[in-house]
Design a protein around this ligand. Structure first.
Ligand SMILES: Cc1ncc(COP(=O)(O)O)c(C=O)c1O
Length: 383
């Protein structure tokens, strides 16, 4: 079957495509095709995937080698493999905390689903920003929390004062993503520290730093040291973004040793069997490959700058981004769903209905992919 034919089949079968909701794992599963979809996602043949904030440069070659070296031991649990038993300690050392401060998880989405379940109290509420990453607020609502999502400010940045004011005696959890998804905005470390200290006097605080490593110091300052010493503050992170390991499913929570122990022995699976041998081996190797992370960060920044400037040249007003995606208002150019429209142009991205109007969210792919995206925008944008 030719690539074009297969692509056509894939488009036809994908019900999510019709809804313009983008392409998660379930969408691919529904296609009936295998997940070996790289031939659909390159510029030459067909679809350019700019929908899921993935790292287009792939995993570190050292991580790849570590997976190959670990395959012969895949019949063993990680706790029987001395090297892999060191994963928690390796991660802890990397962040200058103790192994007892670290909870390993299979990706960080599961953290965002389990946190509201763990902290649920009838009559309780969760405070977060609007817009922000959907999983935690969605789960919170589903299980009966009321969610107080404080609108971002006119500069599109998270309103920390507004969030602090929204916290009351019934607040069980405050969830803050920094840099935020989908806006891409950043809060400076000093403001974040003040927020964490204030909010944690009244409730549990979860800071999601999925995208923090796309920016440089001094803005790239994690709240991990605060979390390790304060039982009411947690940080969650993932290997899915800067490490390029979305498919390997590795995330973690860092917090006070007592709090981590409670999580580990409750809703959360015992942390040393949560992550597969291959993923743990890859993560440990990737931590050591700073060069690979630097390359991803540098290439992402260059492609992001190109995209922002090109959109601005069309008189579009993208929100300044500190991440590997950009959110921009769509005005009135595109009738119907923007994601569906772009799919017909062989590009997957997201439409976000937020901030009072239709927005597009485009992930930063390679420079060539972004040039292709801009080409389509130039051809179709009516200003
Ligand atoms: C802010 C944020 N947190 C967490 C995640 C989940 O990442 P994963 O489950 O791949 O670790 C994402 C995914 O896009 C995200 O945008």
């Amino acid at each position: 079957m030719s690539a074009t034919l297969r692509r056509r089949d894939w488009l036809k079968q994908s019900s999510l495509a019709a809804l313009g909701l983008g392409f998660g794992l379930p969408a691919l599963a529904k296609t009936g095709l295998t997940r070996r979809s790289t031939d659909f996602f390159n510029t030459e043949n067909s679809l350019i995937n700019l929908g899921s904030n993935e790292n287009p440069y792939g995993i570190s070659p050292k991580a790849k080698q570590a997976i190959i070296d670990t395959i012969p031991f895949s019949n063993r649990y990680a706790f029987n493999l001395p090297d892999l038993m060191g994963f928690r300690a390796t991660l802890a050392k990397f962040y200058n905390v103790a192994p007892e401060n670290v909870l390993l998880t299979a990706g960080s989405s599961i953290v965002l689903d389990l946190f509201p379940r763990y902290f649920y109290k009838p009559g309780g509420n969760v405070v977060t920003a609007n817009p922000t990453f959907f999983i935690l607020p969605d789960t919170a609502k589903k299980i009966g929390f009321s969610v107080n999502a404080v609108p971002v400010g006119s500069d599109r940045g998270i309103d920390l004062q507004g969030m602090l004011s929204a916290i009351n005696n019934d607040t069980q959890l405050a969830y803050l993503v920094n840099p935020n998804n989908p806006t891409g905005t950043l809060l400076k470390p000093a403001a974040m520290k003040d927020f964490c200290m204030e909010a944690s006097k009244k409730t549990t605080v979860l800071i999601d730093e999925a995208y923090l490593d796309f920016i440089d110091a001094p803005d790239n300052e994690s709240m991990i040291p605060l979390a390790a010493s304060n039982p009411n503050i947690f940080v969650t992170r993932t290997f899915s973004k800067i490490h390029g390991m979305a498919g390997l499913r590795i995330g973690y929570v860092i917090g006070h040793a007592d709090s981590i122990k409670k999580l580990d022995t409750s809703n959360f699976t015992e942390s040393w069997v949560a992550v597969s041998d291959l993923s743990a081996a890859a993560a440990m190797a990737s931590l050591k490959d700073e060069e690979h992370r630097l390359q991803s960060k540098t290439k992402n920044a260059a492609a992001r700058e190109y995209t922002i400037k090109s959109l601005q040249a069309l008189n579009i007003k993208p929100i300044p981004s500190y991440t590997n995606f950009i959110l921009f208002p769509l005005g009135k150019t595109y009738e119907g769903n923007f994601a569906e429209f772009m799919l017909k142009k062989n590009i997957t991205l997201r439409q976000m209905d937020c901030l009072g109007e239709k927005h597009g969210r485009v992930s930063i792919g390679t420079m060539e992919e972004m040039q292709q995206f801009i080409k389509v925008m130039k051809e179709t944008w009516k200003g």
